[in-house]
Design a protein around this ligand. Structure first.
Ligand code: ZN
Length: 308
């Protein structure tokens, strides 16, 4: 059986949407790979997050050594502070339909990426629901149909966010870091919406580690693909669609040579949900990852089969 890999592409900023997405679409088309895009279409408040983004010193040092032009242009670094936060989807309404027309999955990556990433746990239940509703309204206005999948900004999810998504009929979410698909438990409650976690380290995390360089990326991803289970890799429109486009193309190139089967998360979700009773339950925990500053939501130990 050939190794299977899903490419999950997060689009956080206007820069990523306007420049990263078209660059990634071209490379994906060259290698005939279909991916899963998750977009934040609301205000780009990147300027408010600049200090968080650059807090990881190992990553910043390596960025400066390897790719002098920064991932984020100077304008992006001022959005939401000195410059008014632009609305990402409205700035180029034609891009979202173009992604879908090329056969890729399109889903939501929150509305205001920075607000979700930095303040999810401070928001009220209504505040969380509002972020999801605004994201869905923007998406539907641009595309004519609602998103069926959601990927939490910064891998931050809560019981409230998962309940709000489940109540709105989302097929699945990809909110956490973990090993394999599961139904998440918060406290005593197991929620009925499937979670497909990101299973592999991201390029920016690898660059945050000692001794790891951009050219090591493909080798490190494929090392993990020897395992028999499908893997999920998150890439960023601002990174792999920007200064690390060469590494991304190299990954797809070598993947093709090795016979890797690339798949979309939505297709896998539908396949898995044919037999929900076979899926495990895991608690969602707050975890730390090597090479990443701060905490993320992660998959806890396996706790037996799902009740469905
Ligand atoms: Zn993101």
């Amino acid at each position: 059986m050939s190794p299977r890999l899903a490419i999950k592409i997060d689009v956080d900023t206007l820069e990523g949407y306007l420049r990263g997405v078209p660059a990634l679409l071209e490379v994906l088309a060259d290698f005939e790979v279909r991916a899963s895009f998750f977009l934040a279409l609301g205000p780009d408040n990147s300027g408010k997050a600049v200090f968080r983004v650059f807090r990881h010193q190992g990553f910043l040092a390596k960025m400066l050594r390897t790719r002098a032009p920064a991932i984020y242009g100077i304008k992006t670094m001022l959005y939401g502070t000195l410059l008014k936060a632009p609305l990402i989807g409205a700035a180029a309404p034609e891009i979202l339909p173009r992604i879908a027309a090329q056969g890729h999955e399109v889903g939501l990556h929150g509305y205001d990426h920075v607000r979700w990433h930095d303040h999810l746990f401070d928001l009220t239940r209504e505040g969380v629901a509002r972020e999801i509703s605004l994201a869905q309204e923007t998406f539907t206005a641009l595309l004519g149909w609602p998103a069926r999948s959601f990927a939490a900004p910064g891998w931050q999810c809560s019981r409230e966010s998962r309940e709000a998504l489940a109540a709105r009929g989302f097929l699945y979410a990809s909110d956490t870091r973990g090993r394999a698909p599961y139904f998440p438990r918060f406290g005593e409650r197991v929620l009925p919406m499937l979670e497909i976690p990101t299973t592999l380290q991201t390029l920016d995390e690898l660059l945050g580690l000692d001794g790891c360089l951009p050219q090591d990326f493909t080798r490190l991803v494929f090392k993990r693909l020897e395992a028999s289970s499908p893997q999920v890799l998150t890439v960023h429109a601002e990174m792999e669609g920007g200064p690390f486009l060469r590494e991304f193309a190299n990954l797809l190139h070598q993947g093709r040579d090795l016979g890797v089967e690339f798949f979309r998360l939505e297709d896998w979700a539908r396949e898995l949900l044919l037999n929900p009773q076979d899926l495990p339950v895991s608690r969602v925990e707050s975890i730390r990852l090597p090479g990443r500053a701060g905490r993320v939501s992660g998959q806890g130990p396996r706790e037996g089969r799902s009740p469905w």
